[in-house]
Design a binder for this molecule. Structure first.
Ligand SMILES: [Zn+2]
Ligand SMILES: [Zn+2]
Length: 315
């Protein structure tokens, strides 16, 4: 879906006619009920609104969803000639000098709520200079369509998505292929430390010499095996804070899946107050209970269990 706005000083209708196709056009954004109606119409699909003359209109339109602003301009001489050619209205200026004078008021009115086309144009993501023929203008519009689609589909990631994606990227440096987990610890939306799964500095990595497996025999007699060569991503992020004296007290920890029991104890002890994970960990029941008891908030975005090699019980 694209909602495109046009702001510009071109005083002819050629631009609007050229938009044609499946895209509707309408002038301005209006006020009150009309504004609401326009917003609903925009939400339905592709729509072009022309003659945007105040930044407040753009702010309103931007709230409607995937909105892209395009500025249209042409040299004053060209626009004046076009106005004369299409037949000047009685209210419109008759000389080039009065045309320029009138335009100054439209570009930057003394009234902040009045016409502020200059500010509007500065807010545009795309600019079209419409100083040639209608055919040339059409070509520019058609060339712009895919870019409009791309710009309109852009979505700024929300904070949790941003930090979780960063944690994923950090995890790519991991050195144990059983799960290259990454972790980011954040305070007040700022990254304090990062960590990824790997051997302590200076020691050999799983990826180079293989895993170091230990088996665990559970109460029900089942056996699982775990690689114990590495420091987990969460523990490494906490260790980095300790090493460099970074305050993570009250912070939020982002990681791929729910923390294991050891990391849970560490993060509670280091003052982490919230944990945000992408997925569940198959053996996180005790971690969940401990976090709950310690008053640490746990958010899991996808209610699915992260799969990795060897998580199945051996016996
Ligand atoms: Zn390993
Ligand atoms: Zn862990």
């Amino acid at each position: 879906m694209v909602s495109a706005g046009m702001s510009g000083a071109a005083k002819d209708r050629a631009g609007e006619e050229a938009l044609g196709g499946s895209i509707e056009t309408a002038e301005g954004f209006g006020a009150g009920d009309e504004k609401e109606r326009r917003r609903e119409t925009i939400a339905e699909g592709k729509f072009v609104i022309t003659s945007i003359r105040n930044p407040l209109e753009i702010k309103e339109l931007a709230q409607s969803g995937h909105f892209v602003l395009v500025s249209l301009d042409a040299q004053p001489e060209v626009r004046f000639a076009r106005m004369i050619r299409r037949g000047r209205k009685e209210s419109e200026p008759s000389t080039f000098e009065s045309f320029i004078e009138a335009e100054k008021k439209e570009m930057a009115s003394a009234d902040k709520n009045g016409q502020q086309i200059k500010d509007c144009m500065a807010m545009a993501q795309f600019h079209i200079l419409n100083s040639g023929t209608i055919e040339e203008f059409c070509q520019k519009i058609y060339a712009l369509y895919p870019k409009l689609e791309e710009a309109a589909s852009f979505e700024r990631p929300p904070w949790d998505r941003y930090f979780l994606d960063l944690a994923m990227m950090v995890g790519m440096r991991g050195t144990c292929n059983r799960g290259r987990a990454g972790c980011v610890i954040v305070k007040e939306k700022r990254i304090m430390t990062t960590g990824y799964v790997g051997s302590p500095p200076g020691l050999a990595h799983c990826d180079d010499i293989g895993h170091w497996f230990k088996q665990t025999i559970h109460e029900d007699g089942s056996i699982t095996q775990h690689c114990i060569r590495t420091v987990h991503a969460e523990a490494n992020a906490i260790a980095q804070a300790a090493k460099y004296g970074i305050d993570i007290d009250g912070g939020t920890l982002y990681c791929k899946m729910e923390p294991c029991l050891d990391c849970t104890k560490l993060l509670i002890s280091s003052g982490i107050k919230k944990v945000v994970c992408e997925k569940r960990y198959h053996a996180a029941k005790e971690s969940r209970e401990m976090l709950d008891e310690a008053g640490v908030k746990l958010e899991v975005l996808q209610d699915t269990i992260e799969e990795y090699a060897g998580q199945r019980k051996l016996g």
